[in-house]
Design a binder for this molecule. Structure first.
Ligand code: SAM
Length: 230
């Protein structure tokens, strides 16, 4: 089972490289080093290397591998970075990021999840999959649409749920020279936006690709699951 999954992981990475989705060595290496099967429910392990989102409970999903790769490439995360992720979900994206930032001392991933059961499960998933990098991941329970004041500013911010607009606190908590990726739009269609704050603090926004994420629910997101169905 496990040898098969390792082979499937390699095949998926090859496919994402051929498709031009995985571009950098750092991200290729991270995808090979983080076993996705630890982040999906047991009965779905056989689908861990299908390039699709999968349910993780509480009505939420682990994103498709190609989307994790695209967002990680757009984020331009590097060893030593301090990263904030909003939407921990299964903990898979946080672990991919931690594999990269942990290559240089000081690198850390703060990840925040609004559903406590998922946050607790994510810690277990990370500990089972990559106990060696658990030390550089902090999982927080709360409303990430407000960011996380305590550990700001961040070199990189990645939002893995869809917002109606870019939350102002996230722009404030991004370092000058920093990058944020965030899906912005309505329920059924969003655009992945890449937000760059230059060294003088000026912000520019570029549209990347069309995408579909579960909603960001909170003070600076949607009010609830139904708010955005209009
Ligand atoms: N990055 C995750 C992974 O690797 O499995 C997938 C994230 S899933 C697509 C989106 C997550 O965002 C859900 O777990 C959802 O509960 C969470 N979420 C939605 N609104 C949030 C908020 N305001 N603060 C924190 N988490 C939020």
């Amino acid at each position: 089972m496990s040898a098969n999954l390792a082979r499937e992981r390699k095949m998926l990475v090859e496919k994402l490289k051929i498709e031009g989705i995985i571009k950098s060595n750092l991200i290729e290496e991270a995808f090979l080093a983080v076993p996705r099967e630890f982040f999906v429910p047991d009965h779905l392990r056989m689908y861990a290397y299908s390039d699709t989102p999968l349910p993780i409970g509480c009505g939420q999903t682990i994103s498709a591998p190609h989307m994790v790769a695209i967002m990680t490439e757009e984020l331009r995360v590097k060893p030593g970075d301090t990263v904030l992720e909003i939407g921990t979900g299964s903990g898979y994206q946080a672990t991919i990021l931690a594999h990269i930032v942990s290559k240089k001392p000081g690198g850390h991933v703060y990840t925040i999840e609004r559903i406590p059961q998922l946050a607790r499960r994510a810690v277990v998933n990370i500990a089972n999959a990559r106990p060696d990098i658990l030390y550089c991941i902090t999982v927080i329970i709360g409303d990430g649409s407000k960011g996380v004041e305590l550990f700001q500013p961040y070199d990189k911010i990645i939002v893995t749920a869809a917002a109606p607009q870019i939350p102002e606190p996230l722009i404030q908590q991004l370092k000058p020279g920093g990058t944020m990726v965030i899906p912005v739009g309505d329920r059924w269609e969003q655009v992945l936006q890449v937000v760059i704050k230059d060294e003088r603090g000026y912000v520019s926004i570029r549209d990347s690709i069309a995408c579909i994420f579960v909603p960001l629910i909170g003070q600076y997101g949607w009010r609830n699951e139904y708010d955005y169905i209009t």
